[in-house]
Ligand binder design. Structure first.
Ligand code: SF4
Length: 671
């Protein structure tokens, strides 16, 4: 008999949906939306529905595997754990614990997935990654400007007179927000979409502003220039609640509107129009993650923050510089869970340059890499170096559900449970502020085990088993401790399935910023404390005709690598059925110049590598723009990160995945 249980989507996605899962004969047979979830209200996307396949697929890894003479061989859990623990012990004695690199990402938003950090801290402290491939430059930018990257609660959008969706395809990545846009428009809000690609939100817009990729910060500077020229700024806010305004004014004098118009490829009159939009408060700004994946990424977000600030749209209902909502994740007891105080040694590599650093590390060299919740072979930039690095170490351990590109390179592959096979709770620090409970619904197939079980077993073998002697309920209660004073508990979460977290719904409404000056900072004192000069700049992407004209002659097209529609990063490509083909989406002018038709087979290349795929023409994309969705596996023509650069953003914490010039040519199909 079928039963229906409430659950939670585990995917690292803006929406963090509540689910309703149908189980029949011990199997998950259907995944739908939970109609009682206060934000996601019963609607989910195709990626969520595919959790059925993700759970049941015959491609699941069912047994621990060891590579012997280039071939994977099934081994017992005891053998796998004994051998891995033995290697960890030996490395600790001979080279020190930092000879182990923990390479991780965020494939699953379960809170207990963070216990990998506890394990490595108790082991003694390993080489960890810092920064983020995804949103790091923007988070750091808002830490500098506001003292935190906080967004308005979702329903606040209905207070906006104007809504600016800047570099964010909410129809693809944040579907419930897209629904809210439709409603806000019906209620009379005006919608402005700024993007190099003409996407679904652009179709709804009162004005679609097509922009040269990477030039968003310059556009914000141009709008600010116009606001100041026209006297539209919020003088009270600037004078009472900001720091460094004189530096900003000086910066804006460095370029004319004509220059900004030329470089952004946006007509000057449209820049002036946007100045009036920002002055016609409340205007909310919703920023995407793509536009900060450039060398100038931190400055881009900071310039947009500055625009929101001078127009007086901070801390008011219907306003906000909405980028991420990290106050959600800050609600939980991370330190108690992860025990950073147990580290005796510590080394950090930037997540972008992890491969390069593996190849060059000394004192100690990297001897072992352990991969959790990630697939660096497809997701980390400059994939050729990643492959070289991950095959260069003595031991690569990958904890996975499927034989991904990274798992294929491993010495040990440990089969891990999916979300419906373990109890956890889930949240996302991007959009809404509700946490969802995910019960264990079905048994795991084969010998797949929760990673918590793996850490516990390894900890026992390594002599710190007592640090993992907790039941799942106890772990979950531990993480929720800070919420007890608000009357929130695991018991209530289990009972209600979703729980509202006590975060600020209109961040900065009290004008008390968490910066060193207590004000919004145009010039960042936090950055200065870190040894930077802290001033905003009109920085450009690393790869553009303005910064590297010779490179732009050779590689005239901007490559974007946006989030795929049907896969959460690399997670679903192997489940999509049929032969997935790498799609090369190009602007109309490229098709015209190279006489390309839809379906033509092409090579896309630069100095870092090449990929091959099939043309799809995007008639309304910004000229000279190409998109190849990220996450695609080698067997389907990927990874597109063969082309991307592993440089870091200006503030050191973000990637430059979109800062990428390429060339393209048609090739015969059999090449
Ligand atoms: S992937 Fe995102 S939108 Fe889709 S079901 Fe999961 S949380 Fe919801």
């Amino acid at each position: 008999m079928a039963i229906i249980r409430k659950a939670a989507c585990p995917l690292n996605c803006w929406d963090s949906c509540g689910l309703q899962v149908t189980i029949e004969n011990g199997k998950v047979v259907k995944v739908e939306g939970d109609p009682d979830h206060p934000i996601t209200k019963g609607k989910i996307c195709g990626r969520g529905r595919m959790l059925v396949d993700r759970t049941n697929s015959s491609k699941r890894l069912l047994h621990p595997l060891k590579k012997i003479n280039g071939q994977f061989v099934e081994i017992s859990w005891d053998q796998a754990l004994d051998e891995i623990a033995g290697k960890l012990k030996e490395i600790k004695t001979r080279f020190g614990t930092t000879a182990v690199l923990h390479s991780h990402d965020y494939a699953n938003n379960g809170i207990l997935k963070n216990l990998d950090q506890r394990f490595f801290n108790c082991y003694g402290g390993v080489t960890e990654l810092y920064g983020s491939l995804c949103w790091g430059a923007g988070i750091e930018a808002q830490n500098w400007d506001f003292g935190g990257a906080y967004s308005h609660e979702p329903n606040d959008i209905y207070h906006s007179k104007n809504i600016v969706i800047w570099g964010r395809n909410v129809a693809r990545t944040n579907m419930h927000f897209y629904e809210q846009l439709l409603k806000a428009k019906k209620l009379g809000a005006k919608l402005y979409v700024i993007n190099p690609l003409y996407n679904a939100p652009a179709k709804l817009a009162d004005d679609f502003i097509t922009i040269k990729p990477g030039m968003d910060g310059l556009l914000a500077a141009g709008i600010m220039k116009e606001i100041l020229r026209l006297g539209l700024e919020d003088r009270t806010f600037i004078e009472q609640f900001t720091y460094g305004f004189t530096d900003l004014v000086q910066l804006l004098n460095e370029m004319t509107i004509a220059q900004i118009s030329e470089m952004t490829e946006i007509p000057a009159e449209l820049i002036t129009k946007l100045a009036y939009v920002y002055a016609d408060k409340p205007t909310s700004t919703y920023m995407g993650l793509g536009m900060q994946r450039y060398r100038n990424g931190g400055n881009t977000i900071r310039l947009i923050d500055a625009l929101v600030a001078i127009s007086g749209n901070i801390g008011i209902p219907g306003g906000g510089a909405n980028y991420a909502n990290t106050q959600v994740g800050q609600s939980f007891a991370f330190e108690e869970l992860t025990m950073p105080n147990r580290r005796q040694a510590h080394r950090q590599f930037s997540i972008m340059k992890q491969a390069e650093n593996v190849l060059t590390a000394t004192n100690p060299e990297i001897k072992m890499i352990v991969v959790t919740c990630g697939n660096p072979l497809t997701q980390v930039p400059d994939s050729s170096i990643v492959e070289k690095a991950f095959t260069s170490v003595d031991t690569l351990v990958v904890m996975e559900q499927y034989m991904t590109d990274t798992a294929r390179l491993a010495d040990y592959v440990l089969p891990i449970t999916t979300a419906f096979e373990e109890e956890d709770f889930y949240y996302a620090s991007m959009y809404h502020h509700y946490v969802n409970y995910g019960p264990k619904l079905v048994s795991a197939p084969g010998e797949a085990k929760p990673d918590l079980w793996v850490w516990t077993q390894l900890a026992e073998r390594l002599g710190f088993g007592q640090d993992f002697q907790f039941t799942r309920k106890e772990w979950l209660e531990m993480t929720l401790k800070p919420l007890a004073k608000h009357g929130l508990s695991l018991e209530s979460l289990i009972e209600q399935h979703t729980m509202e977290l006590p975060v600020a719904k209109i961040p900065w409404h009290d004008r008390k910023f968490k910066t060193p000056s207590g004000k919004f900072e145009f010039t960042s004192l936090l950055a200065q404390q870190k040894g930077e000069n802290g001033k905003l700049t009109l920085a450009l992407p690393d790869e553009s005709k303005w910064s590297k004209p010779d490179l732009a002659d050779k590689y005239p097209y901007n490559l974007l690598t946006i989030h795929p529609m049907r896969s959460n990063h690399s997670q679903n490509y192997h489940l999509l059925g049929g032969k997935v083909k790498l799609k090369v989406e190009i602007a109309q002018n490229i098709a015209d110049e190279l006489s390309l038709q839809n379906g033509d087979y092409v090579r896309v290349w630069n100095d870092r590598g090449e990929v091959k795929g099939y043309i799809s023409i995007l008639p309304a994309a910004h000229p000279n723009t190409i998109n190849i969705d990220e996450g695609i596996w080698q067997e389907f023509g990927g990874s597109v990160n063969l082309l991307t650069s592993n440089k870091e953003s200006d503030n050191g914490l973000g990637s430059t995945l979109y800062d990428c010039l390429v060339n393209l040519e048609r090739i015969p199909l059999n090449e």
